[in-house]
Ligand binder design. Structure first.
Ligand SMILES: [Fe+2]
Length: 329
C-alpha cells in the first residue's frame, strides 16, 4: 500500500472509553490481515488490563524497567525473555495451541532457554556428555507415526545439563558443545546414545526473572529432564522432554513443563543390551518410544480446535494458512 493512500484519522481528545477502538482502527490500515488481528487483540487485552487493574503510572514505569532489565541481561547464550515466558506459563500454552496432539502421540513440553545450534551430528551409540561426575546412562529411543510405523531419517536434537545442573552455554570458559547432540533415526526409526542421568536444577535466578520468582515466593527448580526436538518434513515439529518420575519437583516445575505421559523410569541394563551397546550389566537404561503426528493431521486438528475456541468467544474470523484473521470480506 502506498503511504499516501493511508487515510490518517482525526484523533484527539481520546478518553479511557474510546482510545482502544481508535488505536485498533489506525493499526488496521495495513496489508497484513494476521498482523491486524494480532494487534487488535493485543491492544484490546492490554487496554482492558490497564482499565481493570487501574494501572498506576508508577506501576507502568516499574513494568517498563523490568522489561528493560530482562532485555539487558539477554545475550547470545542467555534468553531471559524465554525464561519470562516460561515462568508465566505462556511457553507451554503456545506449544499446546500450535502443536495439538491426538491421543497416543508424544506430548510437547517447553523449549526452555538453553537450546543451541552448536550440537554436532553424532553417530548412534556415542557418549554426548564429557562430565566425569555424572552417572552414565543409555538412551534407547524409537520414533513411530500414529499408525505404529517406524519413521527413519528424523533429525533428533537432544540437550541436557551436566551433573551440577548447568548447561554448557552457562559456562563462560566452555570449549564447545557438551551434553547435547544431533542424530538421525535409522530405517527402523531407532536411535541410541549414551548420556548422564539428568538432575534437577534451578533456572537462572540471578536476573530479573529470578527476582520476580522470589517476590512471588516461588522456587526456581525444574525436575530432572532431558530435552528432545524432532524434525522431519511431513511431520509436525515436536519439542518435548522426558522427566524422571519421582523427582522432588515433579509437581512444581518452575516452568510448568511436566506431563504424566512424559514421566519415565530408568531400568537396569540386561546382559543382551549391555553386550550390544557396550555398557555394564545393571547400568541405567532409558527406553522410550516417541510418536510423531503427521503435518496434515496436526494442521487439521489445530484448525478444528481454533474454530471451536473462536466460535466459543464469539469472534467473527476466518482461517488463513491455519490462523484466524478478521472476517471482513
Ligand atoms: Fe532444561
Amino acid at each position: 500500500m502506498d503511504q499516501n493512500d493511508i487515510k490518517v484519522l482525526p484523533m484527539k481528545d481520546l478518553t479511557v472509553d474510546n482510545i482502544t477502538e481508535n488505536v485498533i482502527r489506525i493499526n488496521s490500515q495495513n496489508d497484513d490481515p494476521r498482523l491486524t488481528y494480532v494487534l487488535e487483540r493485543l491492544v484490546s487485552h492490554l487496554h482492558d488490563f490497564a482499565r481493570e487493574t487501574r494501572l498506576s503510572t508508577k506501576e507502568w514505569k516499574a513494568a517498563i524497567d523490568f522489561l528493560t532489565a530482562v532485555g539487558q541481561i539477554c545475550s547470545d547464550v542467555r534468553q531471559e525473555f524465554i525464561l519470562l515466558s516460561d515462568i508465566l506459563g505462556l511457553s507451554l500454552l503456545v506449544d499446546s495451541i500450535d502443536h495439538p496432539k491426538p491421543p497416543q502421540s508424544t506430548e510437547g513440553s517447553v523449549l526452555g532457554p538453553f537450546h543451541s545450534h552448536e550440537a554436532q551430528e553424532t553417530p548412534h551409540g556415542d557418549m554426548v556428555s564429557h562430565d566425569v561426575n555424572g552417572e552414565p546412562c543409555l538412551i534407547l529411543g524409537s520414533i513411530r507415526d500414529s499408525e505404529g510405523q517406524p519413521i527413519g531419517d528424523v533429525k533428533i536434537d537432544m540437550w541436557e545439563t551436566d551433573s551440577s545442573g548447568h548447561y554448557d552455554v552457562q559456562y563462560e570458559d566452555r570449549q564447545g558443545p557438551d551434553g547435547r547432540c544431533v542424530m538421525r533415526s535409522d530405517a527402523s526409526g531407532n536411535f541410541w546414545f549414551k548420556a548422564i542421568k539428568p538432575v534437577s536444577y534451578p533456572i537462572p535466578n540471578d536476573g530479573p526473572v529470578g527476582k520476580l520468582l522470589s517476590k512471588l515466593h516461588r522456587h526456581p527448580y525444574r525436575p530432572a529432564h532431558m530435552h528432545f526436538m524432532f524434525e522431519k518434513p511431513g511431520y509436525d515439529h515436536l519439542i518435548t522432554a522426558l522427566y524422571l518420575r519421582g523427582d522432588p519437583y515433579e509437581t512444581s516445575d518452575a516452568v510448568f513443563g511436566v506431563k504424566s505421559s512424559l514421566l519415565v523410569d530408568f531400568q537396569p541394563a540386561d546382559d543382551s543390551i549391555a553386550k550390544r551397546c557396550d555398557v555394564k550389566t545393571g547400568s541405567l537404561v532409558l527406553k522410550h518410544d516417541f510418536v510423531l503426528v503427521s503435518e496434515e493431521e496436526a494442521n487439521s486438528l489445530r484448525e478444528e480446535k481454533s474454530q471451536k475456541a473462536l466460535a466459543d468467544l464469539g469472534r467473527m474470523v476466518k482461517m488463513v494458512d491455519g490462523l484466524p484473521v478478521p472476517d471482513v470480506d
